[in-house]
Design a protein around this ligand. Structure first.
Ligand code: PLP
Length: 405
């Protein structure tokens, strides 16, 4: 793997910084930052409104990203809706589908969901007096596929689940799950949270055959505040727009309003124009590096981390998620018998300038009700990390032993 650190000013300017928190948000290469600047410096105008050249250029750049995203996930352009991120996409799907859910229905999700793919559905079920079913995980943090199949029945309106867990690193067999649940209930609507898959795995929505899929730009080298809601066109038509206003309408009179065609009917108001425009540069960057290379590189680092942690700390450390490296993405959550996760993160930062995440990682039901811990520490690796970063992390953990005993 090349040294990608050189493409990131933040890493060039801070050689002492060890960033191991890309699951929360990735760093952004200079080409993406330059594209944001290009918009603000050269064609700063609103989109889809002006009839002047500057606005037309901004609109063209914005729509080019839609094209790029569509190609990137093997979808059609009109199936791509820009949002502020995965959270907004999933909320738009949940509220948009609310008219279809009744008290005889159930909604199925899993124990390993981020709150963004848990609470909107829990709220929807509650409001509609529908049942909310949560699929179990096994001891290694893999989805219990038998439990999932048992939870899905003819009354299941929606199955919503994550492609990759932000805590356990588990990579779920999305295609197989969708095939299996459709055998039980061909009418089921399937929603995939791809927030942790899109930075690391090649996505192909046609191959997965999911009805909806959501992801965020900021986790895949892109700007913050831009995300994607993908839906099969006939499924997007089912979504009631939850935001109404400018640019999403066809006709408005004092009596009634009609809405624009997809995808614009789901994009009310002025969006994150600079973010969406620059997002295509991150897709370009990811394509250039290649997902095969990214995955190989991350697996090497995960393997190295597993070995180092086990060799140095033995049974004092507990690592969550699948033991097999091929089943484990770049997020590694762990606890130490003797140290509180918050102390671990604070000392790593203070002593070694190593950034990791600590807490429940927006997955409270997973931590409290399935892992039975109050918090975990989590390091996560991405394409710009290398073995030196892991070595520094391990040195930091040893320093904790020296400081706290
Ligand atoms: C699996 C998963 N889903 C959803 C989200 C929410 O993403 P965002 O905060 O970009 O909306 C995250 C963020 O960490 C995540 O890891």
């Amino acid at each position: 793997m090349n040294n990608y650190k050189k493409d990131f000013t933040i890493l060039r300017n801070n050689p002492e910084l060890t960033y191991l928190d890309s699951t929360a948000s990735s760093l952004t290469p200079d080409s993406v930052v330059e594209k944001i600047n290009e918009y603000y410096k050269n064609y700063r105008a609103n989109i889809a409104r002006g009839v002047y050249k500057t606005s037309e250029q901004a609109t063209e750049e914005y729509e080019k990203t839609r094209q790029k995203v569509a190609n990137f996930i093997n979808a059609a352009e009109k199936e791509i809706v820009f949002t502020s991120g995965t959270t907004m996409s999933l909320n738009m799907i949940a509220y948009g589908l609310s008219n279809l859910v009744g008290e005889n229905n159930n909604i199925v999700t899993t124990a390993m969901e981020h709150h963004a793919n848990f609470i909107p559905w829990q709220q929807l079920a509650k409001n509609k007096e529908a049942e909310f079913r949560v699929t179990n995980i096994d001891k290694q943090g893999r989805l219990d596929l038998n439990d999932l199949k048992n939870k899905v029945d003819k009354n299941t309106k929606i199955l919503t689940f994550t492609y990759v867990s932000n805590v356990l690193g588990t990579i779920n067999p999305v295609k197989e799950i969708i095939q299996e649940v459709k055998k039980i209930n061909p009418e089921i609507i399937t929603v995939v949270d791809a927030a942790q898959a899109s930075p690391h795995l090649k996505l192909d929505v046609k191959n997965l055959d999911c009805d909806f899929l959501a992801f965020s730009g900021h986790k895949m080298l892109g700007p913050t505040g831009v995300g994607v809601l993908y839906g099969k066109i006939e499924k997007l038509k089912l979504l009631k727009p939850i935001f109404t206003g400018g640019e999403m309408i066809s006709e408005v009179t004092c009596q009634a309003s009609t809405f624009a065609e997809l995808p614009h009917r789901l994009e009310a108001g002025t969006p994150n124009i600079a973010g969406a425009i620059a997002f295509k540069e991150s897709l370009k960057y990811l394509k250039k590096v290649g997902f095969e290379n990214i995955q190989k590189h991350e697996q090497k680092l995960v393997k190295y981390t597993f070995e180092k942690m086990k060799n140095e700390f033995g049974d004092d450390v507990k690592i969550f998620g699948p033991e097999k490296v091929e089943e484990h993405s770049g997020s590694i959550s762990f606890t130490f018998k003797k140290y509180h996760p918050h102390d671990i993160a604070a000392i790593l930062d203070q002593e070694k300038n190593v950034c990791i995440r600590v807490g429940m990682h927006c997955a409270m039901p997973l931590h409290r009700e399935f892992l039975n811990v109050h918090a975990t520490a989590r390091l996560s690796v991405y394409l710009y990390n290398d073995k030196n970063d892991i070595d520094k992390f391990i040195e930091g953990l040893k320093r904790i032993e020296e400081i706290l005993g």
